[in-house]
Design a protein around this ligand. Structure first.
Ligand SMILES: O=C(O)CCC(=O)C(=O)O
Ligand SMILES: [Fe+2]
Length: 266
């Protein structure tokens, strides 16, 4: 896979009810013990469910995948993610998310994508913000900006298919995406990085000043020999207060109390 032709790929019936129960209970236990919604599976990389997910994706994509992180997310009509790309791409050249629905049984059109942007290196941006009737896209490395009308972006946005328990919605987190559904939903999104042209790291790095994880990941990748060493380094960083804060900064920290409440109802 060089890049997806579409920004998502739905793999149906990849997981069974036992896998979903394992994932739900891992989310509950981790949020209860650690208080943060990310890296839920970092100490479960040998579990049959994790191996099943990774193997089915590797077979589908024909490439090796390297676990970076995961996060539990709860959204409803009052909290939805807005257009964004995932900040791991500020460090790594390539990544994919395996988005797994935990509840309810079925969700229509869970996520949306912006069409005709970040679909190749010639038009690649890191941020998007609404400015009146325009969306303004920004490149943090070069300062370049471009604008598109809100109306055309919304009208042309790409919708996702109905997704049910057991499916894996594979998505390219480099494409601007957001929550589309209003219905209350719980999901676990697993992030894997893939090797790029010159290893794992992106050649257009973003200044880590606002993104502590960019600095943590860069140092770890540069100072280690194998991906297992990188993951071990993340485990060590998660044991310190600064590391935990830095590594969980991108997952809507103001929503952690809501996540802790909602995961209990799973
Ligand atoms: O579940 C959602 O609504 C958002 C998911 C997301 O942004 C992601 O998987 O990166
Ligand atoms: Fe995202």
């Amino acid at each position: 896979m060089s890049e997806f032709v579409t920004p998502y790929l739905l793999i149906q019936d990849a997981l069974d009810p036992g896998d979903l129960e394992f994932l739900r209970s891992a989310c509950k236990q981790y949020l209860f013990q650690e208080g943060i919604p990310c890296y839920v599976l970092i100490n479960n990389l040998e579990s049959p469910t994790f191996i099943k997910i990774k193997t089915s994706l590797e077979q589908r994509l024909g490439e090796s995948l390297y676990y970076l992180n995961d996060f539990y997310i709860y959204t409803d009509s009052s909290f939805k993610t807005n257009w964004h790309m995932d900040t791991e791409l500020f460090t790594f050249e390539r990544a994919i998310n395996a988005w797994i629905l935990l509840s309810p049984d079925v969700v229509e059109d869970p996520l949306g994508f912006i069409d005709r942007i970040n679909d190749g290196s010639e038009r690649y941006f890191h941020s998007v913000r609404a400015d009146g009737d325009k969306y303004v896209f920004g490149d943090y490395s070069t300062g370049k900006v471009t604008a598109r009308s809100v109306e055309s972006v919304e009208a042309e946005s790409i919708h996702t298919p109905t997704t049910k328990l057991g499916d894996i919605l594979l998505l390219n987190p480099k494409r601007f995406h957001r929550t589309n559904a209003n219905v209350p939903k719980h999901a676990l999104s697993l992030k894997f990085v893939l090797k790029g042209g010159s290893g794992f790291l992106s050649c257009s790095q973003v200044d880590p000043i606002f993104w502590p994880e960019v600095d943590i990941y860069n140092k770890l990748v540069k100072s280690t020999q194998t991906w297992e060493d990188v993951v071990d380094g993340i485990r060590r960083a998660l044991k310190t207060e600064t590391g935990r804060k830095g590594l969980s900064a991108g997952f809507y920290p103001e929503k952690f109390p809501l996540y802790r409440r909602m995961v209990a109802s799973l």
